[in-house]
Design a protein around this ligand. Structure first.
Ligand code: GDD
Ligand code: GTP
Length: 408
């Protein structure tokens, strides 16, 4: 059997995801119609023999209760539980703290997934690859542009067998453009390595009066790096799209990526062109309870959430419309996120600018601007107004047009 852990973090994290994380913890923010980590479960549900998923983090216990109930309905074969760290223990501290729970029932291998990534999750391919080498860990890798590589864990591999020769977390200077996707498959023997790492840490504290003892353990520096040094880390490279979800802007390309996933695995989840229905361009997800006027033109890469109302002649592309939002007649929404209960007036436009890979701001005339327009919860945009490249905090009413601003 297999098990999986999703590292969900806690309330002190995900701050870059404001203002959207003001209303919902980042791992539960809906993308392509479902909470981010629902997509992780969707992928894990396709691994044969995987029956249990542990969410590990330091949010309050109640935070994930509804998600867990919904998951039981959508993925009845998987038992999902939340395990709470008593404080932030770092990316490996929670794994170590709950090691007995994780190893219960003797799983053959354990997946560990960062909550804030979107990709095709080629988990079965990782299993196949893992069984061809003698390492303790297979890490999912992908190649990114040279300029952004040092924002991630960087890997240098031996090309013949994909053994990781060097692992460096967010290096100062360029090392490699092959990076860690934050998705791992471990043998249970990893807990032995964690124990060693904990002991090394305690020894360092004993020897150095300036070191303070804490229970934190970092998966990247404390575990993966030594694993690479002892030839026990291997990389499975994917050429499928992969993106990290740190800022609200990254939710828009992540939405496109998850919709593409639907097209590959469950095309019936996508909205189709039917006579008497709206014009659908490319990939669109519409919640069954949303209403879209037949004269609207929607897509590509659009999600329309529960109870949203889309009026006559509306144009939406590359955007996420959240629960109960309303886009009134002839409104236009491009490269934007429209928050819960927000209202866009007649003939008004909300637009952003497309981003390039792994970047959430764009430079226009030498000035850095917010690429995606984001309206938080309960924002009202009056009729005939243009909002371009703005972030709007909750409960604002906009009566005049704005560009390149954060509206508080
Ligand atoms: N349970 C728990 N406890 N989870 C945590 C903690 C913690 O104390 N700290 C972080 N996490 C979770 C986050 O919620 C996220 O899912 C994941 O661990 C990694 O978060 P960060 O520590 O912020 O690292 P990062 O996202 O900047 O970089 C990591 O992911 C990249 C891929 O997205 C690293 O693993 C990089 O090497 C990797 O390239
Ligand atoms: P396609 O190639 O078929 O998508 O048409 P297009 O390139 O002419 O434009 P698209 O349909 O992609 O729509 C984007 C553009 O729609 C925006 O840049 C606007 O100029 C225009 N638009 C603006 N407001 C509205 C509106 O209220 N309704 C519609 N339908 N379009 C609008």
């Amino acid at each position: 059997i297999y098990k999986a852990v999703i590292l969900v973090g806690g309330p002190s994290r995900g701050t870059r995801f404001r203002p959207l994380s003001l209303n919902v913890p980042k791992p539960l923010f809906p993308i392509a119609g479902h909470p981010i980590i629902w997509h992780h479960l969707d992928a894990l549900s396709k691994v044969e023999g995987l029956k249990e998923v542990l969410l590990i983090g330091f949010y309050e216990d109640s935070v994930f209760q509804r998600f867990i109930d919904d998951a039981a309905r959508d993925f009845p074969q998987i038992y999902v539980r939340y395990l709470r760290e008593y404080q932030s223990l770092g990316t490996a501290g929670g794994l170590y703290h709950f090691r007995d729970e994780i190893q219960k029932n003797d799983p053959r291998q354990i997946f560990v997934l960062n909550a804030d990534v979107a990709c095709s999750f080629p988990l079965n391919d990782m299993v196949k690859f893992h069984n061809t080498h003698r390492g303790l860990c297979t890490i999912l890798g992908t190649k990114v542009a040279r300029e952004v590589a040092n924002r991630f864990g960087c890997l240098v591999e031996k090309s013949e067998n994909h053994e990781v020769l060097h692992y460096v977390e967010k290096p100062e200077s360029f090392i490699s453009n092959l990076i860690s996707c934050g998705i791992y498959l471990f043998d249970c023997a990893i807990f032995g390595e964690m124990k060693k790492a904990m002991q090394n840490k305690t020894n360092r504290v004993d020897q150095d009066q300036f070191q303070v003892e804490d229970d934190k353990l970092r998966l990247e520096q404390d575990i993966l790096r030594p694993l690479a040094e002892s030839s026990k880390l291997f990389v499975y490279e994917t050429t499928d799209a992969w993106i990290q979800i740190k800022t609200p802007s990254s939710a828009v390309p992540a939405n496109a990526l998850f919709l593409e996933q639907y097209q590959k695995t469950n095309p019936d989840r996508l909205l189709k062109n039917v006579s008497g229905g709206p014009t659908v361009v490319g990939l669109v997800y519409k919640h069954p309870s949303a209403s879209v006027d037949p004269s609207a033109k929607i897509g590509p890469n659009v999600t329309i959430g529960p109870r949203a109302v889309i009026g006559k002649g509306v144009r939406i592309k590359d955007s996420i419309i959240l629960d109960n939002a309303e886009i009134k007649n002839n409104g236009c929404v491009l490269y934007s996120i429209i928050g819960w209960d927000s209202k866009i007036g007649n003939w008004s436009r909300v637009e952003g600018t497309p981003t390039t890979d792994h970047s959430t701001t764009v430079t226009q005339n030498g000035v850095k601007i917010q690429s995606i327009s984001i309206l938080a919860k309960e924002v009202t945009v009056k009729d005939e107004i243009i909002i371009r490249n703005c972030i709007v905090l909750p409960n604002k009413e906009l009566k005049t047009s704005c560009h390149n601003e954060v509206l508080m």
